[in-house]
Design a binder for this molecule. Structure first.
Ligand SMILES: Nc1ncnc2c1ncn2[C@@H]1O[C@H](COP(=O)(O)OP(=O)(O)O)[C@@H](O)[C@H]1O
Ligand SMILES: [Mg+2]
Length: 273
């Protein structure tokens, strides 16, 4: 999906930003899945964590490195940078330090890598806005609920038709417009439905319809992302993703097959009894 989009400006890295002002929508989880998917597709990937307070993306990647060392698994690892919070008493000095770290981090990788994946905090800040304005692709995961939909738009309580746009959506529209005016780049905005229920439900259909409606007003694409599965919560301590899981299971099946292939077949193998 991401690979279909154009390279970043002037041969430099394509910038993918994970953004949504709502915490817990799946930004950090999706950020690592995107980074790993790109690496598995042979792309050179650098990652940046702008959520200096929580650092979930950084910890997720550190856990991945530690798990690879412990198990000997060949897990792909991006070149990662976490922006540290400024620690002086002056807000302006802290912002300057964080801004400088971010610019240095981007400059260090933009010519050497194909993609930069940037995770952002679930709160409005100068750096978060700056990252949004740099995005070639903005990915906004949202939980499949009207409470999460509310950061993008409002709906009529009787009909669920869209009645307006919310603060985060307005901020994104603003940064995309400025980017277009500044350097002519039309960034791609993808809203990814996260934690989808495996069963069809009225809520699932209503959210889908409202997102579809809003996508025309705001110019985003809406796609189905991850299902609601406990395994996404279990991945973190090992830094794993669903893509590693599939690879691990395939490797185990292959090993099992090679293990069995030279052995003579038993009658029950053939007859299935
Ligand atoms: N598809 C999913 N199924 C189940 N749990 C999920 C799924 N996606 C994310 N989670 C869990 O939801 C919580 C928030 O995810 P996270 O990626 O940290 O969101 P954010 O970065 O937006 O705050 C975490 O506990 C994470 O493990
Ligand atoms: Mg996060």
């Amino acid at each position: 999906m991401l690979l279909q989009t154009s390279q970043g400006q002037s041969g430099s890295a394509h910038v993918v930003v994970l953004g949504n002002e709502k915490g817990g929508s799946g930004k950090s989880t999706t950020a690592l899945h995107i980074a790993v998917a790109l690496m598995k597709a042979g792309q050179r990937v650098a990652t940046i964590d702008l959520d200096s307070r929580q650092q979930s993306f950084t910890r997720y990647i550190n856990n991945r490195g530690a798990w690879a060392r412990r198990t000997g698994l060949a897990l792909d690892l991006p070149v990662h940078c976490c922006i540290k919070l400024g620690e002086t008493m002056q807000i302006a000095d802290n912002e300057t330090s964080e801004f400088q770290q971010f610019i240095d981090a981007v400059s260090a990788v933009e010519q050497k890598f194909d993609f930069i994946v940037i995770d952002t905090p679930g709160s409005d800040s100068y750096l978060m806005r700056l990252a949004h304005s740099m995005a070639d692709t903005l990915v906004t995961p949202i939980n499949d609920s009207f409470l999460d939909f509310d950061v993008l738009g409002t709906v009529d309580p009787a009909t669920y038709s869209v009645t307006g746009e919310s603060h985060y959506a307005e901020m994104v529209r603003d940064t995309r417009r400025k980017r277009r005016q500044l350097d002519g780049v039309c960034s791609d905005w993808i809203v990814v439905r996260n934690r989808l229920s495996m069963l069809g439900s009225r809520n699932k259909q209503l959210v889908a319809d409202s997102l579809n409606d809003l996508s025309f007003r705001l110019g985003f694409r809406s796609i189905d992302g991850f299902a609601e599965r406990v395994v996404y919560r279990e991945f973190f301590p090992r830094g794993l993703t669903a893509l590693d899981e599939r690879g691990r299971r395939r490797a185990a099946n292959r090993a099992e097959w090679f293990n069995q292939v030279d052995k003579p077949l038993e009658v029950h193998d053939i007859l299935g009894i």
